[in-house]
Design a protein around this ligand. Sequence first.
Ligand code: COA
Length: 380
Amino acid sequence: MHTPEIRQGLAGVVADYTAVSKVNPDTNSLLYRGYPVQELAAKCSFEEVAYLLWNGELPDEEQLAEFTARERAGRALIPIVKDAIDGLPLTAHPMDVCRTAVSVVGARDELAEDSSPEANMKKAIDLWAVMPAIVAYDQRRRRGQDVIEPRQDLDYSANFLWMTFGEEPVDEVVEAFNVSMILYAEHSFNASTFTARVVTSTLSDLHSAVTAAIGALKGPLHGGANEAVMHTFDEIGIRTEESLEDAAARARTWMEEALAHKKKVMGFGHRVYKHGDSRVPTMKAALDKMIAHYGRPELLGLYNGLEQAMDEAKAIKPNLDYPTGPTYHLMGFDTPTFTPIFIASRSTGWTAHIMEQIASNSLIRPLSEYNGLEERVVPA
Ligand code: COA
């Protein structure tokens, strides 16, 4: 009897071609449309990177001006979306709020059923443009605060911070946030992107694919890890007056105990990268700047202690969610808002893949090997 090779979790399976990004675990590199992500993070705005992911090339000045004007025109929270958010209890996880809000954005879009390249590009830009309003408002309503109107004089990242906190964003903080948005934007066939492609492959619409992708991103083995990292820090205990060394020592002890109990520690490990995540050094540098900016060395102590203990025990390296969690914490985001920020960024990569999938579609429908009961007779 022929026994098929089963690859649980599709580990190592190459499912299709993509020209959007290239992950190379051997060289720890990640290219968006051919450009190293570290260089993009150092030299570009998130708007330029979004344009690149969707169009394949960086914009010239005129293209960027037109593109940013389109994005800025779509920043305000749509009233029907606000109503839908207001109808949800404060106990709902912000990821569930985003999933619902994106669904409403889609349901009211007159192009909802139009999957032409032009319609999908418009829907992708519109959704990306409005995501900060959704994420920011949800955090604000939990604090008993009202919506803040977008600012036309700020770039995407600065406006995101403005709409969340209602304070003039500081350049250094905007820069670190911009870096996180660029690093989160795209990562080939990760679980949420693949989910979006599966939904798209049935010829369903863009918002349905993104809504499903949000569901996949929520899980702690995927995007939810940035939130989970902060829970780890909280469990160890953040003591603002503690020295870096003392915090590191407590974190090491925590990690040793966690590993002794065979616990999976979120923010470490990766399905593709086994020698370190290509995005971590860039994000860690941004975290270092934020730690210095806010004067919080004890957070670096916790960070170092966990990382070193994990490395010594299992040689497992941090992934992008590890430095991103504490960075967003320092900026003032509530922990459950971390993964929704990831949505705003990754909506660019998801929709780039959705458009790529449609352009050369084949229904994604794998097989399974049955291992249940043999055929039997239904009792009379
Ligand atoms: N903490 C502790 N041990 C870990 C670990 C972690 N974060 N990640 C992997 N391992 C261990 C596993 O326990 C397993 O050990 P074993 O062989 O002794 O059983 C081994 O490393 C392989 O792990 P596995 O989960 O099978 O690898 P994978 O490729 O399927 O997993 C992840 C990749 C991302 C799912 C996994 O590393 C993980 O769960 N990480 C935490 C979640 C996270 O941070 N996700 C964000 C990813 S960007």
